[in-house]
Ligand binder design. Structure first.
Ligand SMILES: [Zn+2]
Length: 358
């Protein structure tokens, strides 16, 4: 009996040892393969490019580059700071921008940051550790859009480089509105908002990668043909132009300092700009679609109209949904890149935008 127990115990011990050994091998294999993790945060187009070109050497280089792809810029929400005027709100945003700027040393780009703050009425421009070449490509897009749409002046509070981490996947840049100064509960007056364009540090600090992403997205038709850094920024400024149009519609003045007086207008604006509604933009698209048929003599569905601009204009790849907002922004990128040769859809959208800005 005792011998039988001993045998069973020995067999169990062997199985356990084997299991530990197999587990150890698995862990070792995982560690050897950190590239998979990185692929989770690349876009579909990037992955395509990587499939063709990945060699061990590339992977090594990627790993070294990755360490550098972070910015020192780190924005945070401020709680319980007493703000009693729009001037104070603007000063707080400016001060935070200066504080962020002291975290990096990039003299030639700093000159351009200050110039952009002045020229475009942006409270804080923080391009961080970005290269001079990329900084000028960004500037070019701003100059183009602000010349075309002077109403953009002073509407953006921040232009910044940011660490987006893994959460935002393959996002290259984004335009958003975010709380800056919160007193008591969220939404309790007064509070301060930021309207920002954020550039993903992981991509914008790697000029080679940035060029590769633009070329690849353009080639696949996901973005307009010939897409480049400037057209990406034009696209983002398109979203900011939407903000301006919707703020105008609801009579929202001084959109960054929200009090009892402009609180209702802010809520109406905010409701409209929630991703799933976008009423004003939707209305612009419907008008442009009719114009695409009547004035430009096209026949086809709404999908044909949007897809003529770019695939991104038709469908958000990440969310698999149609977004009027992306069609709007892509139309402006198409006009920027192709001028007279832009798609009829983009031209029709541009004309309708003009009407809304009258
Ligand atoms: Zn967009």
């Amino acid at each position: 009996m005792r011998n039988k127990l001993k045998k069973i115990f020995t067999v169990l011990l062997c199985i356990l040892t084997a299991a530990v050994f197999v587990a150890f091998l698995f862990i070792k294999e995982e560690r050897k393969n950190p590239v998979d993790e990185r692929k989770n945060v690349t876009t579909v187009a990037e992955q395509d490019a990587e499939k063709d070109e990945d060699t061990e050497k590339d992977k090594e280089q990627d790993k070294t580059a990755e360490k550098l792809l972070e910015t020192s810029i780190n924005y945070q929400i401020v709680y319980n700071m007493e703000i009693t005027s729009a001037e104070m709100a603007a000063a707080a945003i400016r001060e935070e921008g200066q504080r962020q700027r002291s975290g990096y040393d990039n003299p030639s780009v700093k000159k351009l940051e200050l110039q952009m703050e002045e020229e475009f009425g942006i409270f804080a421009v923080n391009l961080g550790e970005i290269s001079e070449e990329t900084a000028y490509a960004i500037y070019e897009a701003f100059r183009y859009m602000y010349d075309r749409y002077p109403c953009l002046y002073g509407s953006l509070t921040n232009l910044t480089l940011g660490n987006m981490g893994n959460r935002t996947g393959g996002t290259v840049a984004l335009t958003d509105r975010t709380f800056f100064i919160v007193n008591g509960e969220y939404g309790q007056y007064p509070f301060v908002e930021k309207y920002r364009i954020v550039l993903n540090a992981r991509i914008f600090l790697n000029d080679e990668e940035l060029t590769k992403v633009c070329a690849s997205q353009g080639k696949h038709g996901y973005w307009s043909q010939g897409a480049n850094v400037s057209s990406v920024i034009v696209h983002e400024l398109g979203h900011q132009l939407q903000n301006v149009i919707v703020q105008k519609k609801y009579g929202l003045e001084c959109p960054y300092y929200i009090t009892e007086e402009n609180g209702d207008a802010f809520c109406l604006y905010d409701m409209d700009r929630l991703k799933r509604t976008d009423n004003v933009t939707e209305e612009i698209m419907q008008k442009a679609y009719r114009r695409w048929q009547t004035d430009y003599g096209n026949q086809g569905t709404y999908e044909d109209f949007a897809a003529g601009i770019s695939l991104y204009a038709l469908k958000d790849e990440k969310e698999s949904t149609y977004s009027a907002s992306e069609t709007f922004a892509e139309a402006l990128a198409d006009i920027y890149l192709n001028g007279e040769n832009a798609s009829d859809g983009a031209k029709a959208i541009e004309e309708v935008i003009e009407e809304y800005l009258q």
